[in-house]
Design a protein around this ligand. Structure first.
Ligand code: FE2
Length: 145
């Protein structure tokens, strides 16, 4: 976790206190490494309602409430066509990897999209998470219940 992110989050959470000044705080951590996302989740645990990772485009199976009461998921997934390479037309993306050259410009895949999300319920008094669950609707990925 980069120190600038840590100190910036500390600054913000000093000004806005969960359950006192503000009803809920969601941190969308747009990052590559799941280790970095997990570290930030534990760093913020008990001070924010939820830490949701984004960027990988692939929903992870680790939705949970951390010990301090913060909902967490390493990646909520994307809203897009999963018959693709992270939402882009697979033919173009595959050729880029095979040829190791930029080639044709990437374009969004146009099949039926899957909506991926995480749903969190917070406690009205504390702002901490009462429940968290992944949500997947439509498209190619199996739907959540
Ligand atoms: Fe991204």
């Amino acid at each position: 976790m980069r120190s600038t992110i840590r100190s910036r989050l500390d600054d913000i959470l000093t000004r806005y206190r969960l359950g006192e000044d503000i009803a809920a705080i969601l941190v969308d951590f747009h990052a590559e490494a799941s280790s970095e996302k997990m570290a930030l989740g534990h760093f913020a645990d008990g001070r924010v309602s939820a830490v949701f990772g984004t960027h990988s485009h692939v929903p992870t199976a680790d939705a949970q409430i951390l010990p301090g009461g913060t909902a967490y998921i390493s990646d909520a997934g994307m809203c897009g066509d999963y018959d693709s390479v992270i939402g882009m037309k697979k033919e173009i993306a595959v050729q880029r990897f095979i040829k190791k050259m930029p080639g044709e410009r990437l374009a969004p895949a146009e099949g039926e999209g899957t909506l991926c999300a995480a749903v969190v319920e917070t406690d009205d008094r504390t702002g901490l998470a009462k429940s968290v669950r992944p949500l997947r609707l439509g498209g190619r990925l199996p739907p959540t219940a």
